[in-house]
Ligand binder design. Sequence first.
Ligand code: PEP
Length: 256
Amino acid sequence: MVATSCPQFSGLRRSSPIFHNARSQSFLQHINSQLRLSSSRKPCRSVVAMAGSGKFFVGGNWKCNGTIDSITKLVSDLNSAKFENDVDVVVSPPFVYLDMVSSSLTDRIEVSAQNSWIGKGGAFTGEISVEQLKDIGCKWVILGHSERRHIIGEDDQFIGKKAAYALNEGLGVIACIDVVPSWDNIVIAYEPVWAIGTGKVASKTRIIYGGSVNGSNCAELAKQADIDGFLVGGASLKGPEFATIVNSVTSKKVAA
Ligand code: PEP
């Protein structure tokens, strides 16, 4: 949905105006104060948008962390956790553990890769194709994460190609936007070519917040009208804390 016919991935928009009015300024100030209160780490904000069903969405990005032992424990904790019904839950293990996690995790939780190749597999040493991900039951892929951009050097065009290919092949894409020095003057424009001048509109795009979300600040953050869920890094490595974040959807329902 996002970039099937637009390989240059440059931005996304949802119908409610989130980043360009007084309310959005207070929203960002609110997030900043929440993060300062609950974390001594410097917050690294990212905003993520994707196509979906409109449900609350919580993704856990395990990054390059874990061993067979620690991941077995994490999967066991997640399998025994109680999750609210009306939230999509996705975890993203490192590639080498993807198959193991996918086959041992309850069906309640879907798995995501942390990267995928721009096209069909072949002579691309070290890469993983979308077809291979689908083959092991992977439903999602995180693309454009700031760590891929800053450390590996991926750019918008490359990420756009990956997103277009993954979406065309039926994977869900958790598309990350970063490198914005200040959000004050940003309006995120998601303009799919199929919607421009056609009378069709996108109503199901979710915008999730990522950056130092944890068990202490998730309830306050979830209440914000323009947050449809979270992408969680460090706190997703602890099963019970991740479950608390998933279940913060209840705060959203109370606030609604
Ligand atoms: C991330 O890197 O996508 C992320 C949200 O990390 P953390 O939650 O650890 O800030």
